[in-house]
Design a protein around this ligand. Structure first.
Ligand code: SF4
Length: 285
């Protein structure tokens, strides 16, 4: 495994950044051990759909399948479906190695039904665990930006953008006072057009990982357009699900090969990850 000094050098080279422009918070993550684990912690359960990116939300499907929520995840039932779990707040204290923690894979921490005080408690635990990175993904970055929160340096704050109808979320994310910001273009169901990636550290792009009968296919041209913009702004790029199966692919073979060549497994901490399946937050929930 590489040490942190090597990680920093590799990351700077990867992103073409010089020492002075490399974010100070990343320097603060120096430790004697790399991030060897990934984990999910679920202090909130349940949500309500907010845009077309939610149509095939796996969290809703799993939650209802196992009887954790009885009703559709619509606004009408949000107050019943969204529940906070104080008993799970302190679970990160049980992590004994530096870990990347995906906070709330089954909900959205910034849902309006989650009390501000509870969000503060989540942040308090995060602040008490500087050895871990906490990745938070929301489709409600406006609330995240407007809440008067002190953002711990070990939060990677992200928003999901599925097409050009919701790119305003990127601007809202830029207003969030987090040290590391990322955009999850998952599930990418349409082109996003020209977007302002200033202040964004990381972009994740992926198609919908659903069965053929409900999956909305990603056109590789949309992914390449995002990749180009990432290169122009020195934003790390990570592609997940290609979503172009035989017979249904939207890209030609040569286009597909081109995307494969373009694909880069970059993120602000790639070199620290074990590369397991939870090393990036899953955006199509
Ligand atoms: S995709 Fe995310 S925001 Fe949408 S309903 Fe599911 S958990 Fe909520």
């Amino acid at each position: 495994m590489i040490d942190d000094e090597t990680f920093l050098l590799a990351s700077r080279a990867l992103r073409g950044l010089d020492h002075s422009s490399f974010k100070s918070h990343q320097l603060r993550f120096r430790s004697s051990r790399p991030f060897v684990r990934s984990s999910r912690k679920e202090p909130v359960h349940g949500c309500s759909r907010v845009s077309d990116g939610c149509t095939n939300c796996y969290a809703e499907r799993i939650s209802r399948q196992y009887g954790h929520t009885d009703h559709e995840w619509t606004n009408e039932f949000a107050s019943e479906n969204v529940t906070v779990r104080p008993d799970k707040l302190e679970e990160p204290y049980g992590l004994h190695e530096p870990t990347r923690v995906f906070v709330n894979s089954m909900s959205d921490l910034f849902h309006s039904e989650v009390p501000e005080e509870f969000i503060r408690e989540v942040f308090s635990v995060i602040r008490n665990c500087p050895e871990h990175i906490f990745q938070i993904l929301t489709k409600r970055p406006g609330r995240a930006a407007h809440l008067p929160l002190e953002w711990p340096a070990n939060v990677w704050m992200g928003t999901s953008v599925e097409d050009d109808r919701v790119t305003a979320r990127i601007d809202m994310l830029s207003d969030v006072d987090a040290h590391t910001r990322f955009v999850s273009f998952e599930p990418l169901i349409g082109p996003v057009g020209e977007v302002d990636l200033s202040g964004i550290d990381w972009a994740i792009v992926g198609g919908e990982s659903e069965p053929d009968d409900i999956r909305r296919e990603m056109d590789h041209a949309w992914a390449r357009e995002i990749y180009r913009q990432c290169r122009e702004k020195d934003v790390a790029f990570f592609q997940t699900v290609e979503c172009a199966t035989a017979g249904t692919r939207t890209a030609t073979h040569s286009q597909e090969r081109r995307v494969r060549r373009l694909r880069a497994t970059e993120d602000p901490g790639t070199a620290r990850s074990s590369g397991d399946d939870h090393s990036h937050p899953k955006g199509d929930r």
